[in-house]
Design a protein around this ligand. Structure first.
Ligand code: XIL
Length: 388
């Protein structure tokens, strides 16, 4: 997966900036504290039984929800077992990397749609919806980007990229993550903007522009603002929630064609600083703007959880169920997407590996594609969710 050193370095930077590695939960010296957190959240008597074996997409659909997952093309192409399970469980497919700039843009004047077209056809052939991730992001830009894009031509590149890509998939895409991760209070810029090449070249208006261009080409797609680090009751994420809400308010008041907030939801197993009331209030504030809400990249990091499989899986499952039952209580939430389906293929194997070297288990199927407790937890949350 790693093509070269600089991509590697960029990815490392992503982890350190994203707040995941910066979180208390990952500081080695606090391991003792973390263990006591996970002990506190582990309840061996918790009942994860569910009625029947119906797949997640059916349970979701019964409540007017859509469930799906992200995958890379390589995995679906080479693993029949993954394909079978994906088609069984998922109502929507998200290309994990194939619609990002570094995948689509081999050079400044070329587009390569081979992999994303394959995934679009895979979704269509299997009766799944297809999702667009992502048009504007500070990560996974191609090598040439830094040398070629400057304040004079950045707008031309942005408009051309969005126009070409949305045109190609117009009518096939249910929703586009038009802008991803534009807010980062840790970057300490006025307005809370993330220090991104788009901001540096175009100023904060690049956001509005991106939505206008996407809507001009594909008037049917749901246009989403996608953001990370919004879930926990810690000062950095509280600040982010406030800034995101302000951004959404501003966009709505200007009549920008934006339809939903995507909450990535990369959760941390054992993290107790989740305040359901505060988070519920945030969801309500977003919904009050007339926006839908999507859980776009749900998974549960198990980096700091005990090695013991039964305990680890229980804590991860509890985290899925507790989070989803809070979130699904808000009827503006209409989609739940996990960032992968099976522990066999998860970005955490590289991005958040365990220090004991044991394989990570952040998803709902194990590495043999068997349903885990986390699958039950999600099924239970869907079964109990109010109908949309
Ligand atoms: C991740 C992919 O899962 C990895 O394969 C890739 O190397 C890096 O990006 N937030 C996002 C996603 O919006 O695009 C990221 O996906 C995970 C964090």
């Amino acid at each position: 997966m790693f093509k070269n050193l600089s991509v590697n370095r960029r990815r490392f930077l992503y982890i350190s900036l994203s707040g995941l590695a910066g979180a208390t939960a990952i500081i080695v010296g606090k391991d003792k504290l973390i263990m006591s957190h996970s002990q506190a959240v582990d309840n061996r008597n918790r009942d994860f039984r569910v009625a029947g074996l119906a797949p997640l997409k059916k349970r979701a659909a019964a409540k007017g929800l859509i469930y799906g997952a992200a995958s890379m093309q390589d995995f679906l192409l080479s693993d029949k077992n993954l394909e079978t399970n994906f088609v069984r469980e998922c109502g929507i497919l998200v290309p994990e990397n194939e619609l990002k700039w570094d995948a689509l843009r081999p050079s400044p004047d070329k587009f390569d749609f081979a992999k994303s077209d394959w995934l679009a056809q895979f979704a269509q052939r299997n009766g799944m919806l297809f999702r667009g991730h992502t048009l504007v992001w500070h990560q996974q830009l191609p090598q040439w980007f830094k040398e070629v894009v400057n304040p004079q031509n950045a707008e031309k590149f942005l408009v051309e990229h969005i126009t070409t890509v949305t045109k190609r998939y117009a009518g096939q895409i249910r929703a586009w993550d038009v802008v991803n991760e534009a807010i980062e209070p840790n970057d300490e810029l006025p307005g809370g903007w993330r220090r991104s090449p788009w901001l540096e070249h175009l100023g904060p208006n690049y956001i509005e522009l991106a939505y206008q261009v996407a809507a001009g080409v594909d008037s049917k797609a749901m246009l989403v603002y996608n953001e990370n680090d919004l879930e926990y009751d810690i000062p950095h994420q509280e600040a982010k929630r406030t800034l995101v809400l302000k951004l959404l308010e501003r966009l709505k008041s200007k009549g920008t064609p934006i339809h939903a907030l995507g909450i990535q939801s990369h959760l941390r197993g054992g993290e107790t600083r989740f305040n359901a009331n505060k988070f519920r209030k945030f969801l309500n504030d977003v919904a009050s703007l007339g926006l839908k809400i999507l859980v776009t990249e749900l998974d549960v990091g198990d980096r700091n959880l005990p090695a013991d499989l039964a305990r680890r899986d229980r804590i991860v499952a509890a985290c899925y169920e507790d989070y989803l039952s809070t979130v699904l209580d808000e009827r503006a939430v209409i989609e739940v997407l996990t960032w992968g389906l099976t522990d066999k293929y998860t970005w955490y194997s590289q991005f958040l590996p365990r220090s004991d070297g044991k394989p990570v288990r952040p998803l709902l199927l194990d590495s043999n594609l068997k349903r885990k407790l986390a699958w039950n937890a999600i099924a239970k949350a869907f079964d109990r969710a109010p109908k949309r």
